[in-house]
Design a protein around this ligand. Structure first.
Ligand code: ADP
Ligand code: MG
Length: 230
């Protein structure tokens, strides 16, 4: 099974913190992700970019860098002619931040249209008493500043997941506030349910965050991932 392979390989390298390189875990559970690949040279970066479209998104991939944007480790809208320079720049930034950082490479990712969507977070952690918990809220800085989140025990039925969407104060944003189209609520609920199944199936996953899960009228896309293994 693909999900088990990702976790076994991480364990073999002794990794306990995984990032976007573990995206196949989400694919294995039917959670939609943008096309992307981790590469370790500028030449490969361009080859992948040429497959994915123009422009692309480029992200540093390192277990020592948890918040990539904080060090300028995410470049959105990179045109093909800038892919080489962007690759070198991402590596330089990571090295400047932490000279001995483990760098797995650079992820080349498809651009996601976020304008029509809402950036949400779906996450999980483990309560010593109650077991796996699933969290839903607005993504990005909002989740940290507002603490506007809904929590449930995993595993989660889709109907329970859908109730979580209405629980947050920002719920109107999801149903089309300010003349926007409502997001695909069923797809968000399905993602919460699938994620709750993933962490139920793999007790070794202590914590997992998809931030952002871009929720759009036409579905969802998990754009970023980080998780901790025990
Ligand atoms: P981190 O959370 O480690 O800083 P992310 O991968 O979440 O890195 O990227 C930061 C932000 O960049 C996201 O919240 C999103 O707004 C934007 N972004 C990331 N990937 C994409 C993408 N593929 N398409 C469009 N925007 C993206
Ligand atoms: Mg993120």
């Amino acid at each position: 099974e693909a999900a088990r392979d990702v976790l076994d390989q991480a364990r073999e390298r002794g990794a306990t913190r995984l990032g976007v390189e573990a995206m196949p875990l989400l694919d294995a559970y039917g959670i939609p992700t943008p096309a992307g690949e981790v590469v370790d040279s500028p030449v490969d970066a361009l080859a992948v970019a040429e497959r994915l479209g123009d422009p692309v998104v480029m992200k540093i991939v390192s277990p020592d860098i948890l918040h990539k944007s904080d060090i300028g480790g995410v470049k959105v809208g990179v045109p093909h002619e800038e892919v080489y320079d962007a690759f070198e720049d991402l590596i330089t930034r990571a090295r400047n931040y932490q000279p001995d950082a483990t760098i797995l490479g650079v992820q080349i990712q498809e651009m996601v249209e976020t304008e029509s969507g809402v950036e949400t977070i779906v996450g999980t952690n483990r309560d010593p008493q109650f077991g796996p918990l699933v969290l839903f809220g607005l993504g990005g800085v909002f989740v940290e500043v507002m603490e506007d989140t809904a929590l449930r025990l995993a595993p989660l039925a889709e109907s329970e997941a859908e109730a979580m969407l209405d629980e947050i104060q920002a719920a109107p944003l999801l149903s089309g506030a300010r003349g926007r189209d409502p997001v695909d609520r069923a797809a968000v609920a399905e993602t919460l349910a699938r994620l709750s199944q993933l962490v139920t199936d793999f007790p070794a996953i202590l914590e997992l965050d998809v931030n952002p899960l871009v929720a759009r009228p036409d579905g969802v896309l998990a754009v970023d991932l980080r998780l901790t293994l025990d």
